[in-house]
Design a protein around this ligand. Structure first.
Ligand code: KG4
Ligand code: ZN
Length: 344
């Protein structure tokens, strides 16, 4: 079964063709990083305009690279929640138009569940059931994932997402947008124990996250608490130390909560997705936990950690086979629905 996936929830315009939920025939991503760079974050208005320009060429390229004609497709899948509403609408409208013109089934996909599914792409062995963590620019969520399309939320961020904290810390350090990859690179020359940044635990039973405190701690450390007597600019080594110490604190929190979720659920397999899953220190720590606790940790290749449409066309296959097909009333929904267990 050949499915086309479309993703426009934030600042990447992406389309992909995936066969039978696993075999990626093409995955095209048009990044808007350069457009948002001067603002240090995603500007929704700019994102929407860029999606409008990119969406048709990106879909065309995905079909061309897969050597698939529109007539060969068995369905169109699109991320319709959560995300920037204007940005989501562009992907949803493109998918609905194609579905209507070619009389194709349309599948509405939850962006976070697609990030979990990224770990199942190009993988022969089963991935589900597992405990999964999605850490991205907009979300930090822990799930008990019973199947590719059944995800029970165990914890989520109460304020900033992990990726957002990386982006803000990078901006304070003058490292530019997107901050995650820059902090990751600069941290390699730093001492992760130089500064004791806070690890917010929110109580012994909580599997939720909070990253706003560490962002403020980085700001005060770098600028001082009194704006009238600002600190002198940090040296290169000090920047590396702040980056490494910040990264270590965020990674500590993510790994600790993930392992606690694994213990509570009694899981033996973990899947991690979202842009922050590309972080080299997080990947190192997870590999270490896997060895020591005899867990199977499944991390997608970096290209499927970041926003992409292969994960969307991929998860559409189990949705389709479960009969969870949408129709032309499918709408963009900026926040997740109340029933967080189900994908569409
Ligand atoms: O999943 P994603 O591409 O988009 C969203 O759904 O938000 O995640 C983007 C986020 C950004 O905040 C970016 O800074 C972060 O992922 N990120 C990283 C790394 N690469 C990307 N964070 C830490 N380390 C990285 N290597
Ligand atoms: Zn994402």
């Amino acid at each position: 079964m050949l499915l086309l996936g479309i993703e426009t929830s934030c600042d990447e315009t992406a389309a992909a063709v995936v066969k039978d939920g696993r075999q990626v025939l093409s995955s095209i991503v048009a990044s808007q990083d350069q457009l948002h760079l001067p603002y240090g974050g995603v500007v929704p208005e700019i994102a929407c305009r860029a999606h409008l320009t990119a969406i048709l060429p990106v879909i065309r390229r995905a079909l061309e690279e897969a050597r698939v004609r529109v007539e060969d497709l068995d369905g169109v899948a699109v991320v319709h929640t959560p995300g920037l509403v204007g940005a989501l609408l562009i992907g949803v409208t493109a998918a609905k138009t194609l579905a209507w013109l070619r009389d194709l089934p349309i599948l509405g996909v939850n962006h976070l569940h697609a990030h979990v599914y990224a770990a199942a792409l190009e993988r022969e062995a089963p991935l589900f059931p597992c405990v999964s963590l999605v850490a991205s620019g907009g979300h930090t969520s822990l799930f008990r994932s019973r199947s590719p399309i059944e995800h029970e939320t165990l914890g989520a961020t109460l304020d900033d997402a992990a990726g957002e904290a990386f982006d803000k810390a990078a901006s304070i350090l003058g490292l530019g947008y997107p901050g995650g990859p820059n902090i990751d690179r600069v941290a390699r020359a730093g001492n992760p124990h130089a500064i004791a940044f806070p690890r917010t635990r929110l109580g012994p039973d909580s599997l939720d996250f909070s990253f706003s405190g560490i962002k403020t701690a980085v700001l005060y450390h770098c600028r001082g608490q009194n704006p009238r007597t600002p600190r002198p600019p940090l040296t290169g080594q000090e920047i590396a130390d702040v980056a490494a110490s910040f990264q270590e604190a965020v990674v500590d929190t993510l790994v600790e909560k993930l392992l606690e979720a694994v213990r509570r659920v009694g899981a033996s397999r973990i899947a991690v997705g979202g842009g922050v899953a590309a972080n080299s220190r997080l990947r190192e720590r997870l590999a270490d936990a896997a060895r020591r606790r005899r867990l199977e940790v499944v991390l997608p290749p970096i290209r499927y950690c970041m926003d992409n449409a292969a994960m969307v066309a991929g998860i559409a296959w189990p949705l389709y086979t479960a009969g969870r097909v949408s129709d032309l009333t499918l709408d963009a929904c900026p926040t997740e629905r109340r029933d967080k267990r189900l994908t569409a």
